[in-house]
Design a protein around this ligand. Structure first.
Ligand code: FSX
Ligand code: SF4
Ligand code: F3S
Length: 374
């Protein structure tokens, strides 16, 4: 019996999908992660195994757009797949319980699942004046994050606010807002920036964790490389217009109506790393991402771009023309791999793999080998 036949034995398919649709979705996730279709079968098996990791989802300074994007996914399966792959034990917006009851449920889940739950943090954490500018249940967000992180198997910062402070940290940053990695400098925090982030990237990260018992490879600021390894400009459908010098000069002009490049009306795609043009949002066709709808990318996944540069400011163009000499190893964003730094980068990759193994042992399972996710 081959792996695909094995999978036929699985009874419960999440998200009201047919078996074929579910498997197709999982192989799509595997492809997004840069893995083979057989890894898709393993992802499908893990997602239907019934071993749903408990998730504690904290909310700090934010607009709740990160949760909204998850729940408003027009793809009928994304929301239910996420909610059926995990056990969402605490979420301020979605919990039926409120007040003391909700806080008690969070404490109970953390106690019962010590070392096994995933902590998802949405929103920034204010640090100024002891963190008094964001309190939940009479406790500061700062204390909530630190306390919940202590026994978490993995920590995910979802959205730009949680990744580096986002909206709340915009100058003059009156509350001293910071991102989750800054609150937890000694922990590995996976950052999934975007304002809001693409829920598909959160699901793919969780499925990777559930299937292979380790985190996907991360760049030097904690972002999964599968989602943030390439510039938007590299995969944009309007790129031929950029290369040919055909630009929209203002909203509604002829170039804009014809779908030309949005660079001159402020598109930040050339300096923003994200997979928006390939993954899209909501699965409703090729227009379902900012540039597809005719709006310049505002760089919502990129610290120092969104909320910092004005909408019409021109982007710094990286990689304007192909280099005349290609280096022997391909440079990935964040790993900083150049011939001279290859040895150092090897150490970084080793550290990430090591972190994954620690998470697997915390979750009470054997870490998957490297070849498992090939
Ligand atoms: Fe921030 Fe999330 Fe932007 Fe909003 O909650 S990333 S303001 S879309 O939603 O934190
Ligand atoms: Fe696409 Fe923006 Fe690059 Fe133009 S500048 S090709 S619209 S990403
Ligand atoms: Fe954000 Fe730009 Fe993608 S605005 S959603 S990073 S296209």
């Amino acid at each position: 019996m081959n792996k695909l036949d094995d999978f036929k034995a699985v009874e419960k398919i999440p998200g009201n999908l047919s078996r074929r649709e579910f498997l197709k979705f999982c192989t799509g996730v595997a492809a997004t992660l840069g893995l083979s279709s057989m890894a898709g079968v393993r992802i499908a098996e893990a997602a239907t195994s019934g071993n749903r990791p408990p998730v504690i989802w904290l909310s700090g300074q934010e607009c709740t757009g990160c949760s909204e994007t998850l729940l408003r996914a027009t793809h009928p399966t994304l929301e239910s797949l996420i909610l059926e792959t995990i056990s969402l034990d605490y979420h301020e917006t979605l919990s039926v319980a409120a007040g003391h009851q909700a806080e008690a449920a969070r404490q109970a889940s953390m106690e019962a699942n010590k070392g096994k739950y995933i902590l998802v943090v949405e929103g920034a954490t204010p640090m100024k004046d002891g963190g008094i500018y964001c309190k939940i249940g009479n406790k500061t967000m700062l204390d909530h994050v630190k306390e919940s992180a202590e026994h978490a198997a993995a920590i995910v910062a979802v959205g730009s606010c949680s990744s580096w402070g986002g909206v709340a940290a915009t100058s003059p940053n009156p509350t001293g807002a910071v991102g989750t990695p800054e609150v937890l400098p000694n922990k590995t925090v996976v950052s999934i920036p975007g304002c809001p982030p693409n829920p598909y990237n959160l699901l793919a990260t969780i499925l990777h964790l559930v299937t292979f018992k380790k985190l996907p490879a991360l760049d030097d600021i904690g972002r999964p490389i599968f989602a943030y390894g390439r510039l938007i400009h590299e995969n944009c459908e309007r790129r031929p217009h950029f290369d040919a010098g055909r630009f929209a000069m203002e909203f509604g002009d002829e170039g804009h109506r014809k779908g030309w490049c949005l660079y001159k009306i402020g598109c930040k795609g050339p300096e923003t790393y994200a997979n928006c043009p390939s993954v899209l949002f909501g699965d409703v066709g090729s227009a379902s991402w900012p540039v597809g709808t005719g709006h310049p990318c505002i760089g919502c996944t990129e610290q120092g771009v969104v909320f910092e540069k004005s909408i019409h400011e021109l982007a710094k163009v990286e990689n304007l023309t192909p280099p005349t000499l290609f280096p022997p190893i391909v440079e990935e964003r964040g790993t900083g791999v150049t011939p001279a730094s290859a040895a150092v980068a090897g150490g970084v990759v080793g550290a990430v793999v090591g972190a994954g193994a620690v998470i697997a042992s915390k979750m009470g399972q054997e870490p998957a080998t490297e070849s498992d996710s090939d």
